[in-house]
Structures are given as C-alpha cells and as structure tokens.
Write a new protein. Structure first.
Length: 263
C-alpha cells in the first residue's frame, strides 16, 4: 500500500497575524513510503509534530537555500507555522540568518523566550499549541514595528507580483531609502537570506507554480530570468535537477530526513 502526505492550509488566528504568515496541517495515516520534496524556502517555521508513538516535539526549521529529497518519515501529524518576515529575533531570540539551513528542537535555542515556549508547548497537541500561542504571544512580545515593516517592504519589493518583476538590489534599497548594506542587513536578520538569494528562491517558486500553463521561454521571461538558459541554470542550482527532469519525475536519490546542523 502506498500512502501520501496530505496538506491543508488553516486560518491564522487574528492574534497571530503580526507574527505568523501562514499555518498548514500535514498528516499521514500510516508509515509513509514515498519520497517527498522539501522545496527551497525563504521562511523560518515552527513545526509541531506528533509521532506515530504519540510523542510530541516542537522544531524550528530555518530557511532552506536548496531543495532536498527525502525518504518517507514516520509521523502521525504536524502543524507548520510560517513566521512572518522580521519576527524571528523577537520571537526566537536569534536572527534568522543563524537558522539558515538548520533544523533543531525549539528548546535548543539560546533565548529565554524560546526555551519557555518549548516547555509550555511540549505537552500540547499541535491544535492546542496554536491556540496557546494566540493567547500568550500578543501580551508577551513586542517587535520593533518600524524595522519589521521595513523588512516586509523589502521582501515585497524583491518578490514577483502580477505585472511586476523586482528590480536590482540597489534600486530596491533606494526605493526604501536605505543603503544596499542596510538592506542586506535587514534581510539577514529578518529573513535569513541575502536579497538576491531570496529573489532566486521566489523565481524558482514562480516556475514551479506556472510550468504547466506557460511555454518555457515565456515562463523564463515572466519569472524574471534573462532567458530560458538562465532559468534552467538557476533552477538546477536550487532544485538539483533541470526543469525538464524535475517535471518528468527524474529526481535525485532521496536521503534520510534528519535534524540538520549548520552547513
């Protein structure tokens, strides 16, 4: 029997919206045997998991600069909470760049807030964890709104939007009235990646979302690449295989999933 992992986007409680960009429920009804893909991801996530043995764990997963391919895991269910840009340090006590390419138990982070949250969440089901955070975060934490707003404006400016492609980093910095150095610092602390690498991941996600509907050459231009060759090269770097191989199912060999230390 072959089992598949199912994902469901859940509503984000109003109280969490300053901190959380989205919540997904991920579940599997038995041992999962299929290989699965973790796409490049420019966000930091808190992951609340319940294993098939009933054990609970709360993980922090930092931005992933490249795709990874894994063998199936054994878990019953989990919630993935995507942190909004600029909230990693006030919530977890570390800049997002310190988490890039890493996954670790929440309680292993050095900050008092992270350790306290790990203790509070350790015995809760994922659904209960979301409700608990909705109660405690608004009164417990206060982000630097001006800096957070600037990070989010930078992320928006470096993202592909309908009818608009992001400009060079220098142009975005001038648009935000900061220097290029300040913009890189904002992204390192609030996103965990450089503005250029964030834009590369965003372009690849554009290709993944639209590949079924748009010819390759047209898709390359619409996603901000110079041409199809540029798209193919960048896609291969981040995804491990060129677009034609990926979409035809010719993927790298899957590896065991594990908690990752800094590369």
């Amino acid at each position: 029997m072959t089992n598949t992992i199912s994902r469901q986007v859940l509503p984000t409680p109003e109280a969490l919206r300053p901190w959380v960009a989205g919540i997904e429920s991920v579940s599997v009804d038995a041992e999962h045997h299929e290989a699965y893909i973790q796409l490049p991801d420019a966000t930091t996530k808190m992951v609340f998991r319940v294993g098939q043995d009933g054990r609970r764990s709360t993980l922090v997963v930092g931005p992933r600069t490249r795709a990874s391919y894994h063998r199936g895991e054994r878990f019953a269910s989990c919630f993935e909470m995507r942190l909004a840009p600029g909230t990693t340090r006030p919530l977890l006590g570390v800049p997002a760049v310190d988490l890039a390419g890493r996954a670790m138990p929440l309680g292993d982070l050095p900050g008092d807030t992270a350790r306290r949250l790990a203790t509070e969440l350790g015995k809760l089901d994922p659904e209960e964890a979301v409700a608990h955070l909705s109660e405690v975060l608004p009164g417990r934490l206060a982000a630097d709104r001006s800096r957070t707003d600037l990070v989010r404006a930078g992320v928006d400016a470096m993202s592909i939007r309908t009818g608009r492609l992001p400009g060079p980093v220098g142009d975005v910095a001038r648009e935000l009235a900061v220097s290029e150095r300040q913009l890189r610092s904002l992204f390192a602390e609030g996103v965990g990646l450089s503005p250029k690498h964030y834009a590369r991941i965003d372009r690849v996600h554009s290709v993944l979302a639209r590949a079924d509907d748009v010819p390759w050459a047209q898709l390359a231009v619409a996603s901000g690449y110079y041409d199809q060759a540029h798209m193919t090269s960048d896609f291969r770097t981040l995804m491990g295989v060129p677009p034609r191989s990926y979409f035809s199912g010719r993927l790298p060999d899957p590896q065991p999933c594990r908690l990752a230390a800094r590369r």
